[in-house]
Design a binder for this molecule. Sequence first.
Ligand SMILES: NC(=O)c1ccc[n+]([C@@H]2O[C@H](COP(=O)([O-])OP(=O)(O)OC[C@H]3O[C@@H](n4cnc5c(N)ncnc54)[C@H](O)[C@@H]3O)[C@@H](O)[C@H]2O)c1
Length: 365
Amino acid sequence: MLEELSSYKNKKVLITGHTGFKGSWLTGWCLMLGADVVGFSLPEPPTSPSNYELCDLASQITDVQGDINDFESLNRLIQAERPEIIFHMAAQPLVLTSFENPRETFGTNAQGTINILEAARHCDAVKAVVCITTDKVYENKEWLYGYREDDRLGGKDPYSASKAMAELAISSYVQSFFRPEWHGDRHNVIVASVRAGNVIGGGDFADFRLVPDCMKALIDNGPIVVRNPNYIRPWQHVLVPLGGYLLLGAKMLAGNPEQWSGAWNFGPPEMNGISTSQIAEKLIEQWGSGEWICENPDADKLETSYLRLSWEKAARKLDWRPGYDWEQTLADITEWYKAWNNDEDLGKLMQVQIQRYSDWVNAGN
Ligand SMILES: NC(=O)c1ccc[n+]([C@@H]2O[C@H](COP(=O)([O-])OP(=O)(O)OC[C@H]3O[C@@H](n4cnc5c(N)ncnc54)[C@H](O)[C@@H]3O)[C@@H](O)[C@H]2O)c1
């Protein structure tokens, strides 16, 4: 399935948000594929420590610091570097932060996406733009079945709404400037948006996220404090959606806009999700010690707002499969944090984990 990724060799790839959790893994994967990577992010990585710095990725790419809200600088960069494909990940990605800074969140997530599309419109080298949004763009109607790409957009909190706004802007740009039927005549760009949620993996140090909280507790020999043990989420290894983005991008680079333009969901193999207590228990088992406690028993009730995505479109049209189940996902995560705790070479481990995931998927798992 992932053999097609060999087409990234020597391709100029721009990754916005490359210093973040997902961006650092995508940067590492593109480098392994032989791509010429340009990264564009704010001056400081979003966390300290950061996977980006631990893997020493800056020395292997063209690392550009800037603000996605600054259209002139972004446009100059794209004109100068002339990437063939853009993976747009730069965002304010946290729901809680979006309540503290709604204006910044809307600006970066919605206007930032518009800035990327506008810059791509004025650069004839750009053939494909993959915009990373989220599973939270759907209006949550408490349906039990998986949301599909053409279900209605929504978003109550500022983060979700800002990403839904980005989706509307993407759709408008496709209808107004990048129509598939005009491809090769009035433009040469294929634009897609990709939606996934609850992404976990080694190297995540963000606050208020379950796996980083669990791993910090295990390393400190303290109890894992789980606020909502019965919350169920579509946890997925970071390489699962990234493999989907890369596969889609490879197909976009090969042309055929009618096939690839538009929205795509990606998700884990477990359609019913996994609870936070299952995650904590499995991490303790794999770590070899530890305990978890529930901080707020009142919160220990079944959550009704679990939102599930259908990734049937990606399976049928891209022939994509998620690969890792949740247990293999947590095994890789435990391996990563043990290596970090033991000061091992994390750049090397990133390569080992990406290769293992690729082999796993290519073997048809
Ligand atoms: N982590 C998840 O579970 C998850 C789930 C769904 C969607 N996403 C989306 O995936 C993308 C990456 O998420 P992440 O978890 O890696 O986030 P992260 O916070 O680790 O990284 C964010 C990146 O965006 C950059 N950035 C932020 N504001 C910027 C600005 N104004 N100008 C330029 N760069 C800016 C940061 O420098 C950083 O490189 C985001 O678009 C996010 O919304 C993440």
